[in-house]
Design a protein around this ligand. Structure first.
Ligand SMILES: C[S@@+](CC[C@H](N)C(=O)[O-])C[C@H]1O[C@@H](n2cnc3c(N)ncnc32)[C@H](O)[C@@H]1O
Length: 396
């Protein structure tokens, strides 16, 4: 079931039955006092919505009335997730405490993402906040487990722990004083700081709607707080991210927006859902850290900027050559030198680099025909490569 409704959610919600929705997510205007605008990727269209208010009180009243109605339609085992940022966290939290009650506050989720620096004085904003409240204490919740960190002590994973008479957590022991092993634990429960990449300008799922959220973020909320077949409502659906995430995960979805363009966009996204893959999440941070460690080793004492989100380049030098960037790629393990050149070559062309370096780390050659080399790329042999060559010559 997919319903996309056009209008002010305050006018539409009274038609909903009481206690009929399993999960609500809302991403209302954030009290930024600006018109939020953005162009589509090809620049052919601009979407916008107003986030201008006469006062703090006017904004609070606007949200209060809608949150009250949202509480009514939420089932007793349902939850609500309210997205906001530093402009409105103080207002939103107070309203939610008032409407849902302090006891129903479950979490303050920090959505953390990397941003490019801006020139403004002060700290670079790199997070937004999502308040999670349940309607009652009996709410649906699925615990997700993450891997232990590398520094976790193996005893902490294996050994059973209990509280002593002073309430302190201690290892459980048998009557002979030996520690008792527990069942292998599943990992560390998901915490309330979520690192999920912001949609980059070239992301496939990006439709150019201002403040569009990543599907991955919504999928995590849907996963922890609802089951397949549940009804999810987004009363400020914008481009329809919540509905797309819900549809991809077999939920029934309802979206409301007072912008006709947002409604049309949501409908077209639902017809053809597109989700970008996040390399950071797919390959995991470790994969990036391994590359970073190699880059650091090989470029030690050279002034460079590491590049993590480009399949062709690992770093750019802080100096330039004839006003063009100097790109660096390190030949990967199991990668032929021809394939490494091919990947770097693409980046050299798109970034208009006049001088770039490929650092050779191994001697794997391709058996197939390969592209003509680019004269802007110079190959530099790494110490590892030279040493291995000498060692194999000396039959070591
Ligand atoms: C921050 S955007 C939502 C973006 C959305 N989460 C996404 O990923 O695309 C806020 C949306 O609220 C809508 N809106 C503002 N006031 C509204 C109201 N009273 N009823 C319904 N929608 C409203 C705006 O038109 C805008 O599309």
């Amino acid at each position: 079931m997919e319903k996309v409704l056009y209008g002010d959610c305050l006018d539409i919600l009274p038609d909903f039955e009481t206690e009929s929705i399993d999960l609500i997510y809302l991403d209302p205007p954030f009290f930024t006092n600006t018109i939020q605008k953005l162009k589509t990727r090809d620049g052919s269209k601009e979407f916008s919505y107003s986030d201008i208010w006469k006062s703090h009180e006017e904004y609070a009243e606007f949200l209060y009335k809608r949150l009250k109605e949202l509480r009514r339609v939420l089932k007793n085992d349902g939850s609500i997730f309210v997205h906001c940022d530093k402009n409105s966290t103080h207002i939103v939290k107070t309203l939610l405490d008032d409407i849902f009650g302090l006891k129903q506050f479950q979490s303050e989720i920090i959505w953390y993402y990397k941003r490019w620096s801006n020139s403004k004085k002060g700290l670079l904003p790199s997070h937004q906040t999502i308040y999670f409240y349940s309607k009652t204490k009996d709410f649906k919740f699925k615990t997700i487990y993450n891997d232990y960190s590398e520094t976790t002590n193996i005893d902490q994973i294996l050994q059973k722990r209990v509280r002593d008479k002073n309430g302190k957590t201690v290892y459980a022991r048998d009557k002979n004083g030996n520690t008792i092993n527990s069942d292998i634990k599943k990992g560390v429960p998901l915490n309330d700081v979520w690192e999920i990449p912001y949609l980059n300008p070239k992301a496939k799922e990006r439709v150019g709607y201002p403040s569009q959220k990543p599907i991955l973020l919504l999928e995590r909320i849907i996963d922890i707080a609802s089951n397949e077949g549940d009804i999810i409502l987004d009363p400020f659906c914008g481009s329809g991210t919540t509905l797309v995430a819900g549809k991809l995960n077999n939920r029934k979805v309802i979206g409301i927006d007072k912008s006709k363009e947002a409604i049309n966009l949501t409908k077209s996204r639902l017809d053809k859902p597109i989700k970008s893959e996040s390399n950071l999440l797919k390959k995991g941070k470790k994969a990036y850290q391994n590359v970073s460690a190699m880059v650091e080793k090989l470029l030690h004492n050279i002034d460079y900027i590491p590049v993590q989100r480009n399949s062709g380049i690992d770093a750019i030098l802080k100096t330039t050559y004839q006003d063009s960037p100097i790109l660096i790629r390190i030949q990967k393990e199991n990668e032929t030198i021809e394939d490494a050149i091919k990947s770097l070559n693409k980046a050299v062309i798109t970034k208009s680099s006049k001088k770039s370096f490929l650092i050779r780390t191994n001697d794997i050659k391709s058996l197939l025909e390969h592209d003509k080399e680019n004269s802007n790329i110079e190959i530099v042999n790494s110490t590892i490569y030279e040493l291995n060559k000498l060692l194999s010559k000396a039959n070591c």
